[in-house]
Design a protein around this ligand. Structure first.
Ligand code: CTP
Length: 401
């Protein structure tokens, strides 16, 4: 297949630095980039850095005669399979919503007949502002695709929604949009993916949780959707944006996650990537526990339902392919093999989460794929999105048309 061509419009925001990583990772995955760097964008990343990574020249000014002679703005937009705007600032989105065309970026965006994906990035107050809400609604109605923004700490020191999606998420969104119709081996298949941690309430303000970021599960859901599956993603509390093109159910506790999974059945494929808390407080206090009035009593815990095991042994609606994860610190393969048996799943991805592995919360993962009818596969350390792509390729081999 020919390399897919991305026209990347880099807007003026601190998140522009992340587009360098986006270009690098995208090229690893066979995408070719042309870039437009807005004047404000060039305040944050240099044309040289962008062109070196993209190995193509950077376009920046509509009124440059050489740019227009070499590659007019119309050709620039037409010779792309997808236009990606990252970071999409409040100003760029306002221009797009209004149809302004006063520089190369806005003119090209107005002239394009290709799908457009925007990755917004701005201060949380700007993202929440009524004007931005209106512009987002307009752009969505115009068929523009969105990825992010995520919530979390912002470079400006505030906390809230407005942080640009990570490069891996933008890439997953790109691939979901570009997946060719004929290359959708899981079309007509239904998939359920669990992702993220669970929060188990102690009282209204405290909970038990773990370090899972949801990155691996979300990437798997995106890869399944890109392969054509109809996906329900059941996610615990994460700061990632909802991936496009699927149904997302956000839950807090293991019990709520199990209910959402049950409600999403029947399915052909289930991938349990969530780090479900094995235990929850026996009683969640209705009011905040006060230091003065409570002894530092031991927390009484009760066991949570095992969602993966429930699917693996489902009496009526067992999915055809049930895939689990085994996070282990010792005897990785032996423990993972035993887990596969115990939970009644078909395949298991074993990952070493020992100290220093960086798997929990990190961007990369090192896994082994255990299948009873095939030799163990040990994959090198990969981006979580790439782990997802490989897993989905295996799933497609097994179930695809
Ligand atoms: N899992 C689940 N529901 C639970 C616990 C785990 O669905 N209540 C799933 C996870 O999503 C993962 C797999 O089971 O796919 C294994 O999770 P892991 O934490 O490695 O195993 P545990 O069941 O906690 O077993 P152990 O404590 O023995 O490691």
């Amino acid at each position: 297949m020919d390399a897919k061509r991305i026209l990347l419009v880099i807007g003026g925001g601190i998140a522009a630095y992340k587009t360098l990583e986006l270009i690098r990772r995208g090229r690893e995955r066979g995408l070719a980039f042309r870039t437009i760097l807005t004047r404000a964008g060039a305040e944050f990343v240099t044309p040289l850095a962008v062109s070196s990574l993209a190995e193509s020249r950077v376009y920046s000014d509509l009124f440059s005669l050489t740019d227009e002679a070499e590659m007019g703005h119309i050709r620039l937009s037409r010779e792309a399979d997808l236009v990606v705007v990252a970071p999409a600032t409040a100003d760029l989105m306002a221009k797009m919503a209004q149809g302004h065309a006063d520089d190369l970026a806005s003119t090209t965006l107005l002239a394009t007949d290709k799908p457009v994906l925007v990755a917004p990035a701005m201060n949380p107050m700007m993202w929440q502002h009524k004007a931005t809400r209106r512009n987002v609604a307009t752009l969505r109605a115009d068929g523009i695709h969105f990825v992010g923004p995520a919530s979390g700490d912002m470079a400006c020191g505030e906390v809230g929604s407005g942080r640009m999606a990570e490069p891996a998420e933008i890439l997953a969104a790109i691939q979901a949009i570009l997946a060719p119709a004929g290359g959708r081996p899981l079309a007509g298949r239904r998939a359920i993916v669990t992702s993220g941690p669970t929060h188990e309430a102690i009282d209204p303000v405290r909970y038990i949780a773990n370090r899972s970021s949801g990155r691996q599960g979300h990437a798997i859901a995106a890869a399944l959707a890109a392969a054509g599956a109809e996906v329900t993603l059941v996610s615990g509390p994460v700061s990632l944006p909802d991936p496009p093109g699927m149904t997302v159910r956000r839950v807090e506790s293991a019990r709520a996650m199990q209910e959402a999974v049950e409600a999403a059945l029947p399915a052909d494929i289930a991938v349990c990537a969530a780090a479900v808390a094995d235990w929850r407080p026996a009683m969640a206090a209705e009011a905040k526990l006060k230091k003065g009035s409570h002894q530092p009593a031991a927390l009484e815990l009760v066991e949570n339902p095992d969602i993966l095991k429930g699917l693996g042994h489902h009496p009526r609606m067992r999915p055809e392919l049930v895939v689990g994860f085994a996070a282990e610190t010792d005897d990785l393969l032996a423990n993972a093999g035993a887990k596969l048996e115990r939970k009644g799943c078909d395949w298991i991805l074993a990952n070493d989460v020992g100290a220093g592995s960086g798997v929990f919360g990190g961007a990369r993962n090192r896994v082994h794929l255990l299948r009873p009818d095939a030799p163990v596969e040990t994959w090198p350390e990969l981006d979580k999105a790439e782990v997802a792509t490989r897993l989905v390729a295996r799933i497609a081999e097994r179930l695809g048309r």
